[in-house]
Design a protein. Structure first.
Length: 263
């Protein structure tokens, strides 16, 4: 009776061990299926000349985990495998020491390979300095940097006359306009100086900007991180602009910024 009970106990333990190993194997396979890959090409500003030796860095916006690709080959190609599914920001560091922040978010899908091509656009010296001023304050002020103030508003055209105090204000920036009553977020879609459309306004300039809501004189204009995603590099040499994207490319088109720092 004792020997039979021991045999049954041994068989039960063996069964449990096999079941446990099988369950772990299934769990590991399921986790593996949750992974995705990123493949792409890095080009110079002309969008045609491959950049060899550039390192692409991606950052999971949920976990903060960083992943680095091996340096790009002669064709400018890179690959990053085994990324957890999710949304990633990216940046590129080049052999000459210049760092470039990506202009898009990339979605990594389970069991899929996302593909992108990017061109490296270097800032002019004055613009680079202005961008670094804004990013430095964003870092210190948890995602927001004061760039100017509203000195006039035309309710008929819905344009605010903004005096740029520091840094710069650019098309496609995400901004916050805040005052005693005013408090809204928007993307910058129109800038004019002396009636002429411009891509950016630098410190010391007045620029007319279309606003999503009415603004009051004295309202402060802040630059905010798009989607609450902080840049990879705080002292960038320029921007890595996505020229081609398939599968998981995330468009930054939301009117209201969802920065985690917003009250």
């Amino acid at each position: 009776m004792v020997r039979g009970a021991r045999n049954r106990s041994t068989l039960s333990l063996a069964f449990l061990l096999v079941f446990f190993i099988g369950a772990c194997s299934l769990s590991l396979r399921a986790q593996a299926l949750e992974k995705g890959n990123l493949i792409g090409f890095v080009y110079d500003q002309d969008g045609k000349t491959p950049v060899e030796g550039a390192v692409v860095i991606v950052k999971n916006t949920s976990t903060g985990a960083l992943y680095r690709a091996a340096p790009t080959n002669k064709q400018g190609m890179f690959t990053i495998q085994g990324l957890s599914k999710g949304i990633y920001s990216f940046g590129i560091t080049t052999p000459r020491g210049g760092d470039f922040n990506g202009n898009e978010l990339i979605g990594i899908l389970a069991n899929e390979t996302s593909k992108i091509a990017v061109s490296l656009n270097a800032y002019e010296g004055q613009v680079r300095s202005a961008v670094q001023v804004v990013l430095k304050e964003q870092q210190e002020q948890e995602g927001e940097a004061r760039v100017g103030r509203v000195v006039g508003y035309n309710p008929n055209t819905r344009e605010a006359d903004v005096f740029v105090e520091r840094g710069l204000l650019q098309l496609d920036d995400s901004i916050r306009v805040r005052g005693g009553v005013t408090n809204f977020y928007q993307d910058v879609k129109s800038l004019k100086i002396s009636g002429t459309s411009v891509r950016r306004a630098m410190a010391g300039q007045n620029v007319f900007m279309k606003t999503a809501q009415a603004a009051d004189i004295g309202d402060i204009v802040y630059a905010v991180c798009k989607r609450g995603v902080l840049p990879i590099f705080w002292v960038p040499w320029g921007t890595a602009i996505v020229t081609l994207g398939t599968l998981g490319l995330i468009e930054l088109t939301e009117k209201e910024c969802v920065s985690p720092f917003k009250k």
